[in-house]
Ligand binder design. Structure first.
Ligand code: PMP
Length: 295
């Protein structure tokens, strides 16, 4: 089913509208100038995992783009829950998006209305489930994450995804599932919709998120690893070091914890630490496991 033709309803500026009627005008500022921020959240067993953190990040992302989302975080939480309930799913993906509207055209659009919409759909596994267990193959991207002086790197802003789509399309054309992007300095950064971790000598190594999204899943995984007594080292990682790592996985709300078997010419095994964290994450997101996830 195409995404603009489905049953159900979308929360749109405070009310539910039929899915197929949730439209914006072609002269919407966000479409022309990328003035939009969004979130990706997952519900498990009817409960949205770390919903408050996601919706707070949505508000913070808006501020980084110079606008106030016209709802409180409590109101956005309630709207997400209401949309999930309305769609009737237990396990689902939740996509809030806030954007500058269409009253003014041009780079400046100080007075445009800020809109908020929330859509919920079933999105079982971001990567092919069979491939996911043996590890996905990813390519090195040609595009790099920008210097934080060049773009508001901390915002989950649509404009920052132009580079992600270019990188992911190029990788898919070569038969890879995703692409690993370096940052402007040439350090390992992140994948096109997920953060990256490596395992070496029983410790986790992951890039310091100083110019890319510090994912909520990334922080959850760090907490789960520490709870297991696994050392977590956040540092600058150069691509030449990939040869020295034994395991690799990526993580994000949509990707969850997904093992990686190849990055371009480098090979990794799906080892114990990766498997343990996959299972721990799958347990943590279920409602009865709240205490573990908070650790
Ligand atoms: N990096 C990028 C570019 C992403 O799109 C995502 C997914 N939102 C992540 C990292 C992981 O973020 P999170 O764990 O908060 O979903």
């Amino acid at each position: 089913q195409p995404f603009d033709n489905r049953p159900g309803e979308i929360w749109f500026d405070g009310a539910f509208v039929p899915w197929n009627d949730a439209k914006v005008h072609v002269l919407t500022h966000a479409l022309h100038y990328a003035s939009a921020v969004f979130e990706g959240e997952r519900a498990y067993g009817g409960r949205i995992f770390k919903m408050r953190e996601h919706n707070q990040r949505l508000i913070d992302s808006g501020k980084l783009l110079g606008f106030d989302v016209p709802y409180t975080v409590e109101e956005i939480d309630r709207a997400c829950e209401a949309t999930l309930a309305r769609q009737g799913f237990q396990d689902a993906y939740v996509r809030p998006i806030a954007w500058r509207g269409s009253e003014m055209m041009g780079v400046a659009a100080q007075n445009n209305t800020i809109h908020l919409a929330i859509a919920v759909w079933q999105w079982p596994s971001y990567f092919d489930p069979a491939e996911r267990l043996k590890g996905i193959r990813i390519d090195m991207a040609e595009w790099r994450r920008p210097d934080p002086r060049t773009a508001p790197s901390k915002a989950k802003a649509t404009g920052l995804y132009m580079i992600c789509t270019l990188s992911k399309h190029a990788a898919e054309r070569k038969g890879y599932a995703d692409a690993l992007m370096l940052d402007w300095r040439g350090q390992v950064a992140e994948c096109t919709g997920a953060n990256v971790f490596f395992v070496k000598d029983g410790a986790l190594h992951t890039p310091t998120p100083d110019c890319f999204l510090d994912g909520i899943t990334r922080r959850t995984v760090i907490g789960l690893a520490k709870a297991r007594g696994i050392e977590v080292i956040e540092r600058a990682i150069m691509p030449e070091e990939l040869a020295s790592f034994e395991q690799c996985f990526i993580c994000g709300t949509a990707a969850e914890v997904t093992p990686v078997s190849e990055i371009a010419d480098y090979r990794f095994s799906v080892g114990d630490i990766t498997k343990t964290l996959m299972t721990d994450y799958a347990d943590a997101v279920r409602p009865q496991q709240e205490a573990v996830a908070a650790a």
